[in-house]
Design a protein around this ligand. Structure first.
Ligand code: FAD
Ligand code: NA
Length: 389
């Protein structure tokens, strides 16, 4: 079957394009992925010793307020009523996060009303009032005051960036939300939940169409295989969701990323921490947080004598590491502009997804942006002969 459309990358962006083009336009779509599984970073698998669903590339929580995206994803999966909450350990004590009235009253050993707490934080933030913070440390103090900043933000951020916040640009944060209620629901979106049968079942259903062929363990830049860059570009339209700098052989330089090392451990206990995510906000603990995946699915009958936990260590990515979060320095932004010009000029190739656009995208954003690309570019091209650029 010859392809009408080639999609590079089987993450949510690539699969959304493939599914729409196959289902609505009846196109033959070939999807390739260099990994040996589909789903990109949302891929999950059953851990053998415990039977617990583990997200291989880090915990993935689905949430959206976008009706179009919500309708679309519900074609492929149902969602549980999981509601995400995060706790943080500071000086041997557990606090609810994000910072809320419960956090504030526990931290200051008080029973402030919302108005009193607001006045207190405004007063503490006043330490740097009228100044123009030049680094993240001063910015944090100016936003929420020194005590809460130093307890909950400073060292956690320092560990995320492996850099003292005094040496980080103030621009990394524009706001630090403080809630003057006891609401510690992590996301504010209309819809939230986890795929009932897991991420991989959802992803497989998206690819399950007679017109979609998925070829795994196949790198677009491997010219010895038939769906390579050299063999496809110019002959068949390509949707490329790999790294934009790699596509152009790093002509404008490398874009920088942060990555995470996951340290997995199976424990002989049914419950390690009583919740899915606990942050470690102090400098002495080298990891940023511990994930305990069994708590993502309390409705499942997981075995109760074992659990699995993952400690997360954050660092700058080197070549060969998984790129997770764009660092987005000024130099990166300049390179990205140059890559965007190159991408625009590359006829019959569209760049999408988090690697193709060098943007952190939540799943609902990746899916939403793929649906837009489909409606605005791919459909008009195949139905009306518009140029694909
Ligand atoms: P990806 O999923 O990265 O897919 C790109 C695919 O392209 C990959 O499978 C890759 O192997 C393939 N590819 C790359 N280069 C080539 C090549 N040369 N040849 C062939 N194939 C290639 N989102 C949420 O909504 N909630 C969360 O809680 C959440 N948590 C996250 C936690 C972490 C640690 C990370 C990194 C991301 C998280 N996300 C979360 C974001 C989510 O992973 C993305 O929205 C999603 O992965 C975007 O899909 P994508 O298709 O753009 O990219
Ligand atoms: Na293009």
């Amino acid at each position: 079957m010859t392809a009408d459309l080639v999609v590079v990358g089987s993450g949510f962006f690539g699969l959304t394009i493939a599914e729409r083009a196959a289902t609505e336009l009846g196109l033959n779509v070939t999807v390739i992925d260099r990994r040996d599984h589909i789903g990109g970073n949302a891929y999950s698998e059953t851990e053998a010793q415990t039977g617990i669903e583990v997200h291989r590339y880090g915990a993935h929580l689905f949430h959206t307020s976008n009706e179009k995206v919500w309708d679309y994803v519900n074609r492929f999966t149902t969602f549980t009523n999981y509601v995400h909450r995060v706790y943080g350990v500071h000086k041997g004590e557990v606090f609810p996060l994000p910072i809320n009235l419960g956090t504030i009253n526990q931290f200051f050993r008080a029973n402030y009303t919302p108005a009193e707490a607001r006045a207190l934080i405004a007063d503490q933030a006043g330490e740097l009032a009228g100044t123009d913070p030049q680094n993240l440390n001063d910015k944090g103090i100016q936003l929420i005051g020194r005590p809460l900043y130093e307890a909950f933000i400073k060292h956690y951020t320092g560990k995320q960036w492996q850099t003292d916040p005094k040496d980080l640009p103030a621009g990394i944060i524009s706001r630090l939300p403080v809630r003057y209620t006891y609401d510690n629901r992590y996301f504010n979106d209309t819809y939230e939940g986890l795929p009932t049968q897991g991420y991989t079942a959802w992803i497989e259903r998206m690819a399950d169409h007679p017109n979609i062929t998925v070829t795994l363990s196949t790198d677009f830049f491997d010219e010895s295989q038939p769906i390579s860059k050299g063999n496809t570009v110019g002959n068949v339209p390509v949707i490329y969701t790999g790294a934009v700098d790699k596509y152009f052989d790093y002509a404008e330089g490398d874009l920088s990323w942060r990555t995470i090392d996951f340290e997995k451990e199976v424990l002989n206990t049914g419950d390690f921490q009583g919740t899915s995510v606990v942050n470690y906000n102090d400098a002495e603990v080298p990891y940023t947080r511990i994930i305990e995946p069994r708590h993502f699915h309390p409705e499942r009958n997981y075995q109760t004598d074992k659990t699995i936990i993952m400690r997360e260590f954050s660092r700058f990515a080197e070549k060969g590491d998984e790129p997770y979060y764009p660092v987005n320095t000024e130099a990166d932004r300049a390179k990205l502009l140059a890559y965007r010009d190159l991408a625009k000029a590359e006829d019959n190739v569209l760049f999408g997804g988090r690697l193709g656009t060098y943007k952190y995208l939540d799943m609902h954003m990746a899916i939403g942006s793929a649906l837009s690309m489909y409606e605005n570019k791919i459909k008009p091209h195949f139905e009306g002969g518009e140029k694909l650029e």
